[in-house]
Design a protein around this ligand. Structure first.
Ligand code: B12
Length: 148
């Protein structure tokens, strides 16, 4: 049985491949995807965030941890997203200009999909004009902007 705290530990070390494998194994064992997300991935990222704030780790360590986080999220996505047939609305989501943080955005995009939204992700470092023109192009009901 995969220890969820071990997923958190591997994420903090930036071991993307191992995180991916452990998340898959935990799912195969029937462990709750929300527990894997909260106690494995998010808790690991929170610890890294605190260490970053306290200057105990630096950008490269945060970056590899973030890659491991996104790798684990990719495996969890199908389990977290259970889409119905009719979309309840359409959302354009992205991270604002000057900002490259995308983990929170990716998570929110997943949750929106899970809630039945059709989601158009415009990526990171996105200027206002791009948000507006994409929203007009796809006739979005809502624009979601992530800014850390
Ligand atoms: C990972 C990380 C990075 C990674 C990003 C990798 C990636 N692919 O995203 C890297 C290493 C690249 C990075 C770089 C930098 N970072 Co950084 N980073 C973080 C860190 C540690 C975690 C952020 C994260 O992913 N958290 C996990 C996710 C799940 O949480 P979240 O992003 O908060 O998202 C949740 C909510 O905010 C919300 N949400 C988010 N978006 C949206 C959108 C909508 C529409 C809605 C409804 C909700 C929502 O829902 C999400 C789920 O709960 C934070 C510290 C922290 N504790 O937050 C600093 C932090 C955000 N970074 C910070 C800084 C300063 C930087 C740098 C400037 C550092 C530097 N000196 O170079 C650069 C900036 C680069 C740039 N131009 O953007 C500061 C920002 C301070 C500020 N706001 O003024 C923070 C707060 C650290 C700190 N305390 O100093 N960073």
């Amino acid at each position: 049985m995969v220890e969820i705290t071990e997923i958190s530990a591997m994420l903090q070390k930036g071991k993307a491949k191992i995180v991916k494998e452990m998340v898959q194994q935990a799912l195969d064992e029937g462990q709750d995807p929300k527990v894997i997300l909260n106690d494995g991935l998010l808790s690991g990222m929170m610890i890294i965030g605190t260490k970053f704030k306290n200057n105990e780790v630096f950008v490269p360590e945060v970056l590899v941890a973030a890659r491991a986080m996104n790798a684990g999220l990719g495996i969890l996505e199908p389990k977290l997203v259970e889409v119905g047939n009719e979309p309840v609305g359409r959302a354009v989501i992205g991270t604002v200009k000057g900002d490259l943080h995308d983990i929170g955005k990716n998570l929110v995009a997943m949750m929106l999909k899970g809630a039945g939204f059709d989601v158009v992700d415009v990526g990171v470092d996105v200027d206002a004009d791009t948000f507006i023109s994409k929203a007009e192009e796809v006739q979005a009901d809502v624009i979601c902007m992530s800014a850390l």
